[in-house]
Write a protein that binds this ligand. Structure first.
Ligand code: SF4
Length: 242
């Protein structure tokens, strides 16, 4: 079943906007007023919406995972990240086009600084919308006894940008005013997409304490949940961390 979400909290703080602007410690005092203004404006201009659906996992093998409806995701890390999964929730969430329309106006008026800061506030808002809906979905899955994996997004180390195609093949993005461009970017730009793996026996889970990453030595793994703690060693009749 496909769900359209509209009652979404898109609240952001100035710290969220700073995270999108970069460290900028030395700029903080000089830009404080602009960041505060942009934060409030982004909240006012946002029209948050999301669409989601859950698909069962049919099988995963080297480099690909097949879901219901013949939906196939391709990515080197995906079979590993979906080990033990029963399915995944596919999700697209948007802050709407109001923020970027205002950013375009500011650029056209040569208000470049305000435009850059509002653009960062728009990015923070899109993340907040996605996180709010993802947290709600994760809560429902957890209440049903499922373990939840880290959210996987196209265009990351774990999954190439080509992953946008199956997500948009599954979800009626037009219902929330989102479309996929030929470049595989999304319009509105302040939109995020991804999948949330779930399963009672899911192996790579969101909770670092429950994932096997602490005992895995894959030094450059982009999906690591916690630091490597060394191999398990035998101590009497039990195994413990070295
Ligand atoms: S660190 Fe190891 S166990 Fe954790 S996600 Fe990466 S490859 Fe998998």
């Amino acid at each position: 079943m496909t769900n359209v979400h509209r009652d979404i909290a898109a609240g952001i703080t100035v710290d969220d906007v700073w995270r999108c602007l970069g460290p900028g410690e030395r700029s903080r005092a000089a830009l404080a007023r602009e960041v505060e203004t942009a934060t409030a404006e982004a909240v006012r201009l946002a029209t948050p919406a999301a669409v989601s659906t859950s698909l069962g996992l049919v099988g995963a093998r080297r480099g690909s995972a097949r879901f219901d409806n013949d939906t196939v995701l391709e990515g080197r890390m995906l079979p590993h990240l979906l080990e033990g999964a029963e399915g995944a929730v596919f999700l697209i969430a948007t802050a709407g086009q109001g923020i970027e329309a205002r950013v375009a106006e500011l650029f056209a008026a040569a208000d470049t600084l305000e435009a850059f800061v509002l653009d960062a506030a728009g990015s923070a808002t899109a993340m907040a919308v996605f996180s709010d809906v993802a947290a709600r979905i994760a809560g429902e899955l957890a209440a049903a006894g499922q373990r939840i994996g880290p959210c996987l997004k196209p265009g990351t180390d774990a999954w190439t940008i080509e992953g946008q195609r199956p997500i948009f093949g599954v979800l009626p993005a037009a219902e929330i005013g989102v479309r996929l461009l030929d470049s595989l970017l999304m319009y509105p730009q302040k939109t995020q997409s991804g999948i949330i793996p779930y399963g009672r026996d899911l192996r790579i889970v969101d909770d670092p304490d429950s994932s096997p990453c602490a005992r895995c030595s894959a030094a450059r793994c982009p999906m690591r949940r916690e630091d490597y703690a060394g191999p398990l060693v035998e101590s009497g009749s039990t195994l413990k961390r070295a």
